[in-house]
Design a protein around this ligand. Sequence first.
Ligand SMILES: Nc1nc2c(ncn2[C@@H]2O[C@H](COP(=O)(O)O[C@H]3[C@@H](O)[C@H](n4cnc5c(=O)[nH]c(N)nc54)O[C@@H]3COP(=O)(O)O)[C@@H](O)[C@H]2O)c(=O)[nH]1
Length: 801
Amino acid sequence: MLQVLACITQQHDLRLVALAAFICVLATYTAFTLVGRAQEAPPRGRAAWITTAAVATGSGVWATHFIAMLAFEPDLPVSYMVDRTILSIIIAVLISGVGLGIAMSQRLDLRLLGGFVTGAGIGAMHYTGMWAVRLPGVLTYNLGPLSASLIVGTLMGGVATMAGFARRDFRHRVAGALLLTLAICAMHFTGMSAVVIVPDASLPVPEATIAPFWLATAVTAVTILILALGLVGSTVDQHLASRSMREAERLRASEQRFRQLADATFEGIVIHIEGEIVDANLAMCTLLDRPLDQLVGQQIWEVVAPANHELVRERIAAESTETQEIDLCDANGRTIPVEILAQTIPFGTGTARVVAVRDIRERREAEARIRHMAHHDALTGLPNRTLFHDRLEQAVSLAKRNGTTVAVHCLDLDRFKNVNDLMGHAAGDALLQQVARHLNNSVRAHDTVARLSGDEFAIIQIGVTHPDGPAILADRLVELIGQPFDLDEQQVIIGTSIGVALYPGDSESGEELVRAADTALYRAKAAGRGTYRFFEPEMDTRLQERRLLERDLRQALAEGQLEVHYQPLVECNSEALLGFEALVRWRHPERGQVPPSEFIPVAEESGLIIQLGEWVMRTACREAAKWPGDQRIAINLSPVQFRHADLAHKILTIVEQTGLAPERLELEITEGVLIEDTEHTLATLSLLKSAGIRVSLDDFGTGYSSLSYLQRFPFDKIKIDRSFVWEMGRNADSMAIVRSVIALGRSLRITVIAEGVETPEQLALLQSEQCDQVQGFLLGRPVPARDLTQLMTDAETAAAE
Ligand SMILES: Nc1nc2c(ncn2[C@@H]2O[C@H](COP(=O)(O)O[C@H]3[C@@H](O)[C@H](n4cnc5c(=O)[nH]c(N)nc54)O[C@@H]3COP(=O)(O)O)[C@@H](O)[C@H]2O)c(=O)[nH]1
């Protein structure tokens, strides 16, 4: 060690030694910095950085050696052989490159080995450089220091790389650089202390050389330039690399955010390039029931329903951005209706199509539900009137093309209203559902059973090949609906009336076919119900007649062709005049006298009964109010009038306006009034009754459940139907009924009137049974108002006698 120190202090120019040390620190620092860059660089760029590090480090270390050599003052002129000096530079560069290349490894053993190689390489450079020295003497080495210099240099090289590459930060780089500088200096000066120079005058003196100071300055300048270039390059590159790393990081984060965003949407997103899927979000994978790695690389045709391939191809070609509904196929081959919206976006170096996919299964189901609701009856689930007419038009068009026959059956349930009224609406609904099921089971799959309204059903029987086909079906339906139905553990028997019309034959259009079937239904009902009738052209004539009658009645109301006649109501025993029943009369200018039994049903069907009824009520009340006595006035009310909510209000207004005492007014209603919407009817009647108006139950005994109505409303009077009165003398049953009704009235304290009394015998029988009142041609025919004064005077005279 002392020998080394003596060598440094006594045989070297210390200023140049300091300069060499400075260069060495700079070179070794550059070495660690550049190798650090190589470590961080992508594999492709590493070789370039190692090469740069090798050149910078090799030249720096060589410069250190060379300046240190210039600092050496052996008291003899010294020069250097160019070729050997260049060789020493090459060795420095090559072995530094190899050593540092190994040392940059993550493995500790390789890092140590790299340090050893670097240290040894510097030794090799040093002794090659010494080999280039020329002086007038013999230069030999002491083996001990020589070996020591190589061992020290090699070992310390290892220590320096271990320290310098332990971490990639400035402190470790500096520590490594200082240790490597120490290694180089130790190796150099130990090596120099091994030098023994024996002057030899016989050897040639080297030619005058450039002063060591200037040589050192030139080498230093060039070296610093090389090292500075290396360092600046490394710093700039590191800056750029960290910027691009930050960019890449930002890109990665943005991509991740985009994916999270895309995955968070409910809509599926798929990106494809000319049909090849390159990415998709989570919703898309879930929709198609395929993992992302299965989707990526697939052609979109594999997920689009074949029927939509052409359409999708056209959209891609046109770069369409319009929304479109198509079908996709999932992994299980299920069809998924979706709405798509596509955009062309920049993607990598080219473009791609990004497609937003919305699952519209729920929407389609809701639409289907709404469509179904719009075309089906909610209670029975059968097609409604709208769908029925659509299907009928289709069936007729098809029959026209194929030359086949279509039959339309219009059905009306008989006595359904009774069930509804007596057992309640829930039972009525259950019955309609059972009927619907029965009808559906009776037809073939391609026939249509529809519910048109209330208890009206219709059937379209298509593809009729056998001429008896419609009759066979109608027969079966009458039979089927005539069977008892089970309702709430009770059996009910209803029945059905059916009208049948055929295409071709009865009509050319669906609408007319229904009208014809309706006409036939009317005839089936008129024939006593529980049967069917085929449409016949003559039925249509009747229908036409009804229409004409309706037109004329409308005109009659407008032109005042109507009149009210009054028929006496008489006390049975005394035959005293009690009042009159108002009966409407129509004298048509051409038709002559039209009976109410003909035009009242037409008025009820057309709704004209509202206007007509109000007119009769006002006319009769006004007339009765003028009568000198307090005779009562009985006025008929139709069931149709009760469907209007303001009936009670209208009657009370008329009574008030005409000045008739309410107690003098009797309203005659039939069972038909009570069958429809009983609650509303009873409320109307109660209101009228509470105003003092009397209420009579007309045609008693002809209805289905006359007796039950007596329990439900406190009628003032019941009128025995004239059919019983006519049969009294001939038919014991009719007599028994008349007797029972009179007894019933007496026990319930309800007045009983018998109508249709035409003979003195009938009157005598009724008197013997103590009937309260009578009405009939025997006691007085309906007469116009102008004849009433005479009639009342006669009655007064008769009473006085
Ligand atoms: N809603 C309204 N209905 C009315 C009105 N005017 C009449 N009508 C109803 O029309 C039906 C037929 O009535 P009409 O042809 O007037 O016959 C009535 C009497 O003329 C007839 N009658 C009376 N006595 C006899 C008789 O001895 N023999 C016989 N063959 N017929 C007789 O009975 C009819 C009265 O019946 P009713 O009403 O049941 O008391 C008829 O149902 C009328 O109700 C009206 O303004 N509004």
